[in-house]
Design a protein around this ligand. Structure first.
Ligand code: NDP
Ligand code: MG
Length: 390
């Protein structure tokens, strides 16, 4: 039996992970499940999967979690320290699927235990890629990318030498507004931005897909995870979301990973790696699909892509600043305090301001320095948006 823990169990990735585990319950010994606000789901899954402990990040919800788990034998815990304690529990495989910068610390802790980390939390690589990768190396751990594009690249590289890679092409659906006239983007609503044409995901990543902040994050993730240089990474809009990424080699070959837009593929690949097992995903009927389309991304429509290029060029804590500003700008948009296109404008501005401060590019990346840069960038984002909108 493999001991598994799922951080962010109540979310979209977490629930897809549970779906796979449920299909072979005798293969897994569930150690910890974590959530934040959805106590009912967390307790239900923890009881059904006979987890050792269920943790909510929100201390105010501990009484509710205790009530929901009463008599089940599953321990209840809450708060940031409890998340770290859960990550320190011995496990063979840990899914990192908390949304946002909050996912970094539990993932780092799991690596300290020598665990295989299935990494959906892209913010870990964007804010602290070098730190995370060094920690994995120090403890001899494997990190398996779960973001579909990076899982695709990882699979394309099996048996290959990274030195023979010329370029990595990350595909993008184009999100909710890929065909919306640019002049209308100023007035789109949160509801409109929360509908993805192909993928069914959490609200935050769905809106980030519409703005392509998600793709911006993925370009940075690619650089950090695979250690390639920014000029080797390309983005192409592919509206069907069936080719997840392509790896281009020195001999001109392009290896594409093709599959249905279903996260259970990437999750299942990481769960069973290095084996492949049958997965409950749709088998593509290519004749029925007929064609795949591609277009170059328009950076006027998607300014986030240019910001990503800058973040990769500057390095250091620029990623942490970028991510925090992006998370805060998204909160402001969801909260009705700024418009859709104001997000990129604010993030750009905050990255600019923070880069003028000494040492951001060359700062040592630690959990503390990331935390401080994150707090500063969030405060500046709120301030900037209040000033420009007020
Ligand atoms: P969801 O919003 O669906 O789920 C997020 C999870 O994190 C939930 O379990 C939520 O708890 C929990 N959570 C929220 N805030 C905190 C916090 N401050 N501390 C601890 N836990 C918290 O997100 P997704 O599943 O869509 O995404 C998870 C991660 O995976 C993100 O980093 C995303 O970018 C990445 N990813 C997602 C993909 C997808 O298909 N969804 C694809 C590729 C990457 P609760 O629900 O109980 O409040
Ligand atoms: Mg992705």
């Amino acid at each position: 039996m493999r001991r598994v823990s799922i951080f962010g169990a109540t979310g979209s990735i977490g629930q897809n992970t549970i779906d796979l585990i449920r299909r072979a319950p005798d293969d897994y010994d569930v150690v910890a499940l974590t959530g934040a606000t959805n106590i009912e789901q967390l307790a239900r899954d923890a009881i059904n999967l006979r987890a050792d402990v269920a943790v909510t990040s929100d201390e105010n919800r501990l009484p509710a979690l205790r009530d929901a788990l009463a008599g089940s034998g599953v321990q209840a815990a809450a708060g940031e320290a409890a998340l770290i304690e859960a990550a320190a529990r011995p496990a063979d495989w840990v899914m990192s699927a908390i949304v946002g910068a909050a996912g970094l610390a539990p993932g780092m802790e799991a690596l300290k235990q020598g665990t295989t980390l299935a990494l959906a939390n892209k913010e870990s690589l964007v804010t602290a890629g070098p730190l995370l990768m060094a920690e994995a190396k120090r403890h001899g751990c494997t990190i398996l990318p779960v973001d579909s594009e990076h899982s695709a690249v990882f699979q394309g590289l099996i048996g290959e030498d990274i030195k023979t890679v010329e370029r990595i092409i990350i595909t993008a659906s184009g999100g909710a507004f890929r065909d919306t006239p640019i002049e209308d983007l100023a007035n789109v609503t949160v509801e409109q931005a929360s509908c993805h044409p192909n993928w069914n995901m959490g609200q935050r990543i769905t809106i980030d897909s519409a703005s392509m902040f998600n793709k911006a994050m993925e370009l940075i993730e690619t650089k950090e995870f695979f250690g390639v240089s920014p000029d080797q990474i390309e983005t192409i809009v592919h509206p069907e979301s069936m080719i997840h990424a392509l790896v281009g080699f020195y001999d001109g070959a392009l290896m594409a990973h093709v599959g249905p837009p279903d996260m259970r593929h990437a999750i299942g690949f990481a769960l069973h790696y290095p084996d492949r097992r049958k997965l409950p995903v749709e088998r593509l009927d290519l004749a029925k699909i007929g064609q795949f389309n591609f277009r170059a991304p328009d950076t006027a429509r998607y300014p986030a892509l240019d910001i990503a290029a800058r973040v990769m060029a500057e390095g250091g804590l620029t990623g942490a600043v970028f991510n925090a500003a992006k998370e805060q700008a998204l909160d402001e948009f969801i909260g009705g305090r700024c418009g859709f296109i104001d997000m990129a404008q604010a993030v750009n501005r905050v990255v600019d301001v923070m880069l003028t401060r000494e040492g951001l590019q060359n700062a040592t990346i630690t959990l503390d320095s990331v935390h401080d840069a994150d707090a500063m960038a969030r405060a500046l984002t709120v301030e900037h948006i209040a000033k420009t909108k007020g």
